[in-house]
Every structure is written in structure tokens, then in C-alpha cells.
Design a protein around this ligand. Sequence first.
Ligand code: NA7
Length: 546
Amino acid sequence: MSDTAETRYDAVVVGAGLSGLYMLHRLRESGFSARVFEAGTDVGGTWYWNRYPGARCDIESMEYSYSFDEALQQEWEWTERFAGQPEILRYIEHVADRFDLRRDITFETRVLKAAFDEAACHWRIETDAGETVEAKALVMATGCLSSANLPEFEGRDSFLGETYHTGRWPHDHVDFGGKRVGIIGTGSSAIQAIPIIAAESEHLTVFQRTPNYSVPARNGPLDPDYVREVKAEYPEFRVHNRLMPAGFGSKGLGRNDVSALADGPAVREARFAERWEHGGFGFLGAYNDLLFNRDANETAADFVRERIRDTVKDPEVAERLCPDNVIGCKRICLDTRYFETYNRPNVELLAAGTHPIERITSAGVMVNVMNPETGEQEGSREISLDCIVFATGFDAMTGAVLSVDISGRGGRTLPDAWSAGPRTYLGLGTAGFPNLFMITGPGSPSVLTNMVVAIEQHVDWIGDCLEYLRREKLATIEATPEAQDAWVEHVNSVADKTLMPTCNSWYLGRNIPGKPQVFMPLIGFPPYAEKCAEVAANGYEGFVLR
Ligand code: NA7
């Protein structure tokens, strides 16, 4: 085994998105040697891969950005309330340049394997470029929504036209002009892409399995007065956001701390309407029990269904677009003229209830035609297409971590340790895998939070922890099975108090056939961050330090 400075690091970081980049910066600031491996040709992570038309962040740009450097947050000028993918990618590239991060990042390289060497107390990491390196700590900065889900439709690979996945979009402009396009899926990505593809293409067919709730984003140019106001006290603004349940929105409409059932229909309608007009995620803050009480939830769901019926001219199409599940149980979508798009003459909606996908053919998509009354199949119809866009989401939260062949103590593999679903302590570490850290891992608030807030909190915790190990001359840190069991129990019990586990969401892994069904993110950022700080202050309780 080689022992040169080039192949041995204090830490190896997998991924150069928002989490990997800040991790690298933090490691360097603490005087650690670090190397980052990134599969893409450049930095950006989510914002590198998701270049589909309309890709946009659903957290406001003044909040979806790093807070760790005051000069950075002062100098960067966002242009829109919700930044689009190109602008966010430019921001991330700017950060990489500003802190000279690229020199420690190896691009176009995947980490294939990582094995913990118990005798040497380090990780041995192998890449697809044939390189092997060693590191005391292995940090998975692989993202929660990065392992694209391309479902195994029968005949999928026989299609002779162009195919795209929203999460693996080409770098060159895709020209839909004059083309017949089909899009499969109606999640956040599709809801952003559909209005734009509809306007560009000759014809768009939307294949919908489950209708989704969507609230208008009301995106637009950022108000310079608002920017000045935030920048005048940016650090305080960040502190206030970290104290919000999901790490954002301290200057928004706030949560109205009463039950939806306490108000009469007219008052309730006015409250929902105010938030609908304001745009953004604040809609679900209209009342304090929307995610806890089914009847309360139904009032918000009804309001959105009524807006869909007001917007979509064909009443049958409107009904097909109306979800009947709990609102907010899947991640709510933000849109710009999504429902309006179904009034265009060149857009057709095929819902799984009447037109489920049977298979993909060389020329397009074959759907079964079902009788809406009897549910019996009446025939089949082939939709001829030039392009198919798969907006079918991700193997969320665990897909990317498990795509690396990780083995810990005693050679036990991570897929084996997680065979019944991910098991972590604080979403940061997992028993049997010393010095393995996950940024926004399962069991942490991650995707239920403003991701940049969740990332910074994790990176700082990991950075502090590595400094502590160095100071105390400790070789390893590892979650105890007891602390981990209690934590998994805690994450589930918090979720079970809400309506969130009640539908087929990717939070539960239900979008991936065969994936163990466990509610993966922890609800509630501020108490979580407090708990992490407390664990560290108490000498990393729940972890074994050796
Ligand atoms: P999502 O939200 O997981 O949406 C994926 C969509 O694809 C959703 O409508 C799915 O229907 C549909 N889908 C997935 N598999 C199939 C199959 N096999 N057949 C038909 N339809 C299918 O992914 P997005 O990329 O839109 O968004 C992910 C997150 O990124 C989002 O929450 C934001 O945080 C940003 P289903 O609802 O499962 O019936």
C-alpha cells in the first residue's frame, strides 16, 4: 500500500455539490488535507445535473445560499425571488472560484468502493479511474435527490426517438420545436418543465400516474428594497431562518398558530387566498394543524382543488388533475402557470386511471384505454412521439450512498446493515461504520429543510467533530447501536404524529419498487440542530470514541 502524501488524506469527500464544496472549504480552514471526487465534469451537484427546462429552486434565493461567509453573501446578487438552475449553478461556480476549491476536486470520477481497514483505522477508497486513496474520514456528500429513477417500463429501450431524464439533462440545448413530446411523471420537476415544453413543442402528452398539489410560486424579479433590507442584517436573517421549522421563511407570512377548524369557511377561504396570492411554501402555514389533522388538511386540499377547477377550462381534465390525497404528504410543488398549460390545444393529459402506461414501443408509448365507469379495459392506444422525457424522480436519500460499495467493521456492507431501511444516528453516522459521515443523511431533517441550512449545520458539526478527534488524539468515532435504535424510533415516532406517512411518497421510498418503506427524513429542524449541538457538547454522547 502506498504511503505518499498524494494518496493519504484526513478526509475524502464524495460529491462536489453544495455540501461537498462547503465540506472541502471547512476541512481546509481547519487545516485538514482533503480530496473530493465528483462524477460530473464540474461542480454543482443537483444544479449541475438538473438542467431541464424550467428547473428552479422552490426556496427563495436570498435564503437558498451559503451563510458561512459574510463577504460572499454581500457580494452575490440574485435576480429573481426563486432562482433558476442556470443562476444557481453560476453561484456555485462562483463559490468554487472564490475559495479556489477546484484544485482539490477530481472530476469525472466516481467512487466505486470504500472499505474500512480496522487495523490501520482508515478508509480505503477506490475510484472508477483505478485510483486508490486512504482517508481517516469518509464524507458522503452525495445528495438526497441525485440517484435518478428510470423505471423499468416494458420496452423502454426499444424507443427509437430521443429520451431524457430531468435529473440527467444534457448540457446542450434540447430543441423541442416541431416535435411530439411525451413526459412521464407529474412531480416537481415535471410541473416546472411542462409549461415550457408545451410552449416549445408541437404537441405534448403528459402521462400522469398521481395528480399533485401545486401552489403558484409567484416568481419575479427580486425587489431591490427587500435585498437591501436583508443584506443590512444578513447574519441575523440567517439566525432567524435557522429557528424556523424548515430553516426558511422568517420574513414570510409566518405560521398562523390556530386550527383550520377554528375558522368558518369564509375566513378560511380568505386566509388560504392570501397565501395563494403570496406564492410559495407559506401556503401550508395558513393553519397550525394542516399536517396533523385530516379534516383540517381537507380544507386546504379543497381550496387547491377549487383553484384547479377555476383554472382548467375542460371540467374533465380539471377533475383528472385534482389530487385526492393529503396535501403536503408528498412534497408540495410550486409552479408557474402549470394548470393553465392544460388549456393549450397542443397539450393532452393521460391519467393512469383511464390511460395507464402499458409499455414503451419503438414509436412512442402504448397506453391501455380503460372504461371510467366499469374499470374494464376497452382497448389500447399508441401515442406516437419524437421524444420521451422521464420526469420520474429519484431513489431518494439512500440511492446515492448505497451506489458506492461501502463496507465497515468486520467487512459488513452498508446494504446489509440497511436491509430493512436506513439506520443512522442523527442522520450523520451509522453503527459499524467508523468515521463515515453523511451530509443530510436519512434520519436528519435534510429534504424537509432549506437544504443549504441543513448542509451548513451538518458540515459544521462534522468539521467540529474532526477537530475534536484530532485534539483528543482519538482515531475513530462510531454511533452505538443503542443510540441508533433510539434515533430511528424517534424519527418514526415524530413522523407518525403527522399525516406525512400516509401516501406513496419518496420520503417513504414508495416510488422505488422493492425499497424498504421507512419514513426517512426527520421533521423539525430547530430541535434537531439543538440535539446535535448537545450531543457534541456532551463529548459526542451516543457515539463510541476510540
Ligand atoms: P418526484 O416528485 O418523485 O416525481 C416523480 C413523478 O414520476 C411522479 O409523478 C411519479 O408518480 C412519476 N413516476 C415515477 N415512477 C413512475 C412509473 N413507474 N410510472 C409512472 N409514473 C411514475 O420527482 P421530481 O423529480 O419531480 O421531484 C423530486 C424532488 O426534487 C422534489 O420533491 C423537489 O424536492 C425537488 P407517483 O406520484 O409516484 O405516482
